[in-house]
Design a protein around this ligand. Structure first.
Ligand SMILES: Cc1cc2nc3c(=O)[nH]c(=O)nc-3n(C[C@H](O)[C@H](O)[C@H](O)COP(=O)(O)O)c2cc1C
Ligand SMILES: O=C(O)C(=O)c1ccccc1
Length: 388
């Protein structure tokens, strides 16, 4: 396999022939471009966060407060960024985060994301709230492509079990259980636009195709029972009464690795370990749930210290550059999930846009790591960072 940074050479060489990249390589500029080009409601849904959006801002500020201290003359000619996480091999410590309702950004939605990720060997975590069902996405990603399933744990236990059985049958090897979104946070951008895709029947494909769900709404979803089906979805989507004791149920019905997404407190991380979970994802959902919550990167060191030697610690919320990945790995993450940037790539250029975003992040990760004097993810430890 070539190096992750080959993308950089390709861009310069194509420049000699007069071609510039179709999309910005600075993913913050990519977001601004998406803001100008995409439909306002869809962009607002993706870009928006909870309340005053202070936590979304804090997520970024926490990266800015930490700086890498490069080391010189350390022979960085041989590098290896591949890692194995929860039984899945990947070319870089990077996964595609679960994002629901992607067809609001591009008609190919999750299918385009699956193809782009599979082409690069990057694992995709498919959302429960996808606009295409898990079997269709598995087919688009192709045999042998790494894929995990993200569960929004519904009230109806039979529906949860059905999701797990379908995910297993469709080749999803690890389960991500998102705990921080049993109900949507207070999101002024969506409220002011009176916009929720699900109420329009977008992002409910896994539910509408499910036999247990269909039984509850009197058969396959047609125009006749569609409104009922949407109401049933709303009533069943999340379960605020869940407690740590309920995790035993998941362990019973899923025999692969399980990671809990939305962990911010070291004690919750310890409880995850006690409940036999294989991983925790330090995440605040990109600031979309609790406004005023701690920045996810600030929560990472405490969680890593508490459970880093007992379970797999992953991270998301605020990753925009390869240098951000270096910082998150240095603070104890084994791998990171990229989210909003690939959604903007999808909206701007479909599969090619997602591919562009993943290649930018992987190239910059390799270049930043080697220029800092390191050659592999395991070299990235807290001592390569300083507070700004
Ligand atoms: C539009 C949108 C939809 C999302 N949908 C889901 C989802 O279905 N399941 C889930 O676990 N997380 C979901 N997330 C959260 C992401 O997986 C991730 O935690 C978050 O976006 C990270 O923040 P960042 O994008 O600012 O880096 C969603 C995020 C966005 C922006
Ligand atoms: O919008 C979100 O952040 C999200 O996670 C979600 C929740 C429900 C359905 C789809 C996505």
């Amino acid at each position: 396999m070539g190096s992750l940074a080959d993308f950089q050479n390709e861009i310069y060489l194509e420049g000699l022939g007069g071609a510039r990249p179709a999309l910005p390589t600075d993913l913050t500029a990519l977001e601004e471009l998406a803001g100008r080009r995409l439909p306002a409601e869809a962009f607002g849904y993706v870009a928006g966060s909870a309340g005053s959006e202070a936590t979304a801002v804090a997520n970024r500020a926490a990266f800015d407060r930490r700086r890498i201290v490069p080391r010189m003359l350390r022979d960085v000619s041989q590098r290896d960024f591949s890692v194995e996480v929860l039984g899945t091999k990947m070319p870089a410590p990077l996964l595609v985060a679960p994002i629901g309702v992607l067809s609001i950004l591009h008609p190919d939605g999750e299918l385009a994301v699956a193809r782009a990720a599979a082409g690069l060997g990057v694992p995709m975590v498919l959302s429960s709230a996808a606009s295409f069902c898990m079997e269709e996405v598995a087919e688009a990603s192709g045999a042998g492509s790494p894929r995990w399933y993200q569960l929004y744990w519904p009230k109806d236990r039979d529906l949860a079990v059905s999701f797990l059985e379908r995910a297993k049958a469709a080749g999803y090897t690890a389960l991500v259980v998102t705990l921080d979104t049993f109900t949507l946070g207070w999101r002024p951008r969506d409220l002011d636009a009176a916009y929720l895709p699900f109420l329009r029947g977008i992002g409910v494909a896994n539910y509408f195709t499910d036999p247990v769900f269909q039984k509850a709404v009197g058969g396959p979803v047609t125009d006749a029972n569609r409104d009922l089906a949407i109401l049933h979805w709303v009533a069943n989507f999340g379960n605020p009464s869940l407690t740590w004791d309920d995790l035993a149920f998941l362990r019973e019905h899923w025999d692969g690795p399980i990671a809990l997404k939305g962990i911010q407190h070291p004690d919750d991380a310890r409880r995850a370990v006690d409940a036999g979970m294989d991983g925790v994802i330090v995440s605040n959902h990109g600031g979309r749930q609790v406004d005023g919550a701690v920045a996810s990167l600030d929560a990472l060191p405490g969680v890593a210290e508490a459970v880093g030697d007992q379970t797999t610690v992953l991270f998301d919320s605020g990753i925009r550059t390869g240098a951000d990945i270096v910082k998150a790995l240095a603070l104890g993450a084994r791998a990171v999930l990229v989210a909003r940037p690939y959604a903007y790539g999808l909206g701007l250029a479909g599969e090619a846009g997602v591919r562009h975003v993943l290649r930018c992040l992987m190239a910059e990760l390799e270049l930043t790591t080697m220029l800092a004097g390191c050659t592999r993810p395991g070299d990235l430890t807290p001592d390569i960072l300083t507070e700004a």
